[in-house]
Design a binder for this molecule. Structure first.
Ligand code: GRF
Length: 202
């Protein structure tokens, strides 16, 4: 299955997807970044994957930016859009255009800690368990149906950095796993609140 991957930064999740692409039946048509300095772009180039950069400063609205993004993505005729550390909020225009075709990974056990700085929030809230979630993207930020989660234990000595490392290790396993379910056509977004795996509600 052909996919586009959107990134903004380091791209360690992108790397884990590139490394498992054959096994999970994924063909990465293009990696698109809103940040020209994203290290993930170098990872894509090293793997001979086409890249595209869209500079947000050249657009006078979020909609105009997303219209450009849509035109690039549609050109590639993909069935899946993977958000792998893409740090821009998608407009309703974008999300409705690709209803049921966008997957995101988020570094918390959603619905706990949507948004940014999730590891700090988990530490501040004295959580004992933290983790990562993969979910379908809907208009509600980090609010679409959760598909799969992986947990880590927060130890007393954990810092944002150590916790982030632990969670990222889980992310690199869970995201390719869920993408594989998608490429096998086992996953479907039914409504903004409901998804199915193998026809059963999740
Ligand atoms: C990950 O923690 C992901 O869950 C979040 O952004 C981070 C991206 O890391 N959405 P990387 O760029 O994949 O290394």
């Amino acid at each position: 299955m052909k996919a586009i991957i959107l990134i903004s930064g380091n791209g360690s999740n992108l790397q884990s997807i590139i490394d498992s692409a054959d096994r999970i039946d994924l063909q990465i048509s293009c990696v698109i970044s809103n940040n020209k300095n994203a290290f993930g772009l170098k990872r894509a180039v090293s793997s001979k994957i086409q890249t595209s950069i869209i500079n947000p400063e050249l657009f006078n609205s979020k909609e105009a930016f997303d219209r450009e993004l849509i035109s690039i993505i549609d050109h590639h005729e993909v069935e899946l859009i993977v958000l792998a550390g893409y740090m821009r909020i998608l407009t309703p225009l974008f999300v409705s255009h690709y209803f049921g075709k966008i997957l995101n990974i988020h570094p918390s056990l959603l619905p706990k800690f949507p948004g940014l700085n999730t590891h700090q929030k988990a530490i501040d809230a004295s959580e004992k368990i933290h983790g990562a979630s993969v979910h379908f993207v809907t208009e509600e930020i980090d609010g679409g149906p959760i598909i799969s989660q992986e947990k880590v234990i927060i130890e007393a000595e954990d810092t944002v950095e150590t916790l982030s490392d632990k969670v990222l290790k889980k992310e690199h396993v869970i995201f390719p796993k869920v993408i594989h379910w998608y490429t096998q056509r086992r996953l479907k977004l039914i409504t903004n609140l409901q998804a199915t795996l193998d026809g059963k509600k999740i």
